[in-house]
Design a protein. Structure first.
Length: 266
């Protein structure tokens, strides 16, 4: 049986080296989805992983970490840090003074680099923005990359762009709310907020869905637009956001249920 001695220890330098070998480059703008426990032991903890990403892209690059919350907050002074569910690595980035923080009550991010303020401001405008207004789409249009550290595509925000640009039936029921600003949403009574959130999450549909976002990996491999690596026990994946969207849209045009199963109510 594996024991503690079988668990690898990686350093900031180890992770940075692996990221550079993976294809992360100086000046890259990258969104990072990560699991600390996947690495094994990390000398320096979650901060070492954050710094490794920054080392790989250099001061001319921009790193973005999703810091999503589990429920909406009633005002912009609420403490996002107490409500995040995306893990200890983004939480560590979020509390650092050198990171710019967005204040979106549901889908906040934090970022460091020349584009950090622009991306956070873009993210904080609408409560449920249309795909074309999302900061992630802007990143994709400007060569941005998605980096998965010890997680798979089920944790990747880029996959949602496929669903929205694909005009899929289970993602368009909240179209009337795509122009609602964060400020307008926070000013709404709780019952109205719930109505918008139910539409956004698909709760108002006559069926439920079960996601299988890892279906995107085989076509990405087939197209040669995803790279793989390893740091400690963590599998690493790197791809351009625009490639994920392009390849995914080709798939959902053939099969609108490529990324989800339709589940009828019991």
């Amino acid at each position: 049986m594996p024991n503690e001695n079988d668990t690898p220890t990686v350093t900031r330098e180890d992770v940075a080296r692996a990221l550079i070998e993976l294809g992360l480059e100086k000046g890259d703008c990258v969104i990072v989805h990560a699991s600390l426990s996947s690495f094994g032991r990390v000398d320096g903890g979650p901060g070492a992983v954050v710094d490794a990403v920054l080392d790989a892209i250099g001061p001319e690059g921009t790193a973005v970490f999703p810091t999503f919350t589990g429920r909406n907050m009633r005002d912009l002074d609420a403490k996002i840090e107490d409500m995040m569910y995306t893990g200890v690595i983004p939480r560590t980035a979020r509390v650092r003074d050198d990171f710019t923080k967005s204040r979106h009550p549901l889908y906040s991010i934090c970022a460091k680099g020349p584009l950090a303020r622009k991306l956070c401001e873009m993210n904080d405008r609408y409560i449920f923005p249309a795909a074309g207004h999302k900061f992630l789409h802007w990143m994709g249009e400007h060569g941005g990359k998605a980096l998965l550290l010890g997680v798979d595509h089920d944790s990747s925000s880029s996959v949602h762009l496929i669903e929205e640009f694909g005009d899929l039936e289970y993602k368009v029921q909240d179209k009337p709310y795509w122009s609602v600003t964060v400020g307008e949403f926070l000013a709404m009574p709780p019952e109205r907020q719930k109505e918008l959130r139910d539409a956004h999450s698909g709760r108002s549909l006559p069926y439920t869905t079960r996601s299988h976002f890892n279906s995107i990996e085989p076509p990405l491999v087939r197209e040669g637009v995803i790279r793989f690596g390893r740091a400690g026990n963590a599998g690493l994946r790197l791809m351009r956001i625009a490639d994920v969207v392009r390849v995914g849209l080709e798939e959902v045009r053939r099969d609108p249920w490529f990324l989800r199963d339709r589940v009828s109510p019991a």
